[in-house]
Design a protein around this ligand. Structure first.
Ligand SMILES: *[C@@H]1O[C@H](CO)[C@@H](O)[C@H](O)[C@H]1NC(C)=O
Length: 248
């Protein structure tokens, strides 16, 4: 009897200290353990994102991640997405600059993509403005539109059959997918922002601040209407619905 009791006491005594030690390792603020703190922050923020590896590598490069509020982390991801869209844009532009090597379909698709990237950058700018203001009610809408634009762009390269998928898409799609994945991750992180679900404050309490922020954002960069996929090229790709959202 006394021996098991001693063992029990020993166990009770040892495990809490071990837990305490682990907790100290995880939360210590000295330089040796900043990696642990950042690791925990990365895992916490990236939980629930569809593109976890992209999320991890993005967040690892954000300085002082663990000290930043979620809203500011999302803002950083949105700005990385904008940089990726600009990189896609210049990538596509340089293919468009040598038209003799391009089929008509690819030329039209590239031109459509450049236009969509312009809309996307405006939408990401509006999202960043919304994240830095009080109300984030419209941020989800503009980010969803920005995500859709990337897949609408890719749709333009698709030929009538899979084998026609072409000569340009394999070169540009990696960057476009990367931009889309960053936007997708920012959307997933946005869902965990508490104020995104309770938008009641924007309607009643802060009418002056919300009206000033909305007027400033509308004067600087109005959210563009969804791009009309008109029959300019009269190609079959124009019939693909721009509103279709593919999450992948
Ligand atoms: C476009 O980007 C791809 C990598 O995603 C690269 O291989 C290619 O060389 C780039 N093309 C141009 C014209 O910059």
């Amino acid at each position: 009897m006394p021996l098991p009791a001693a063992v029990l006491l020993l166990l009770l005594g040892v495990f809490p200290t071990e837990k305490k030690a682990l907790f100290a390792v995880a939360t210590a603020s000295n330089s040796n353990n900043n990696g642990n703190v950042n690791y925990l922050a990365v895992e916490r923020h990236c939980a629930g994102t569809l593109h976890r590896d992209v999320c991890r590598s993005t967040l690892w490069s954000i300085p002082d991640l663990a000290q930043k509020p979620l809203r500011s982390v999302i803002s950083d991801v949105v700005s990385r997405a904008a940089a990726a869209v600009r990189a896609s844009s210049s990538n596509c532009s340089s293919y468009l600059a040598r038209p003799r090597a391009l089929r008509v379909r690819d030329r039209l698709a590239l031109a459509d993509c450049l236009e969509l990237f312009g809309h996307t950058l405006a939408q990401l700018g509006a999202a960043a403005a919304g994240l830095s203001s009080e109300s984030v009610a419209d941020v989800q809408t503009v980010l969803s539109a920005a995500l859709t634009n990337q897949y609408t762009c890719l749709d333009g390269f698709s030929g009538p059959s899979a084998s026609e998928d072409g000569r340009v898409r394999p070169f540009v799609q990696g960057r476009i997918y990367h931009a889309a994945h960053l936007v997708s991750n920012s959307l997933a992180m946005l869902r965990r922002l508490p104020s995104s679900s309770s938008s009641s404050s924007s309607s009643s309490s802060s009418s002056s601040s919300s009206s000033s922020s909305s007027s400033s954002s509308s004067s600087s960069s109005p959210p563009p209407p969804p791009p009309p996929r008109s029959s300019s090229g009269s190609s079959s790709a124009a019939s693909s619905s721009p509103g279709r959202k593919k999450m992948q």
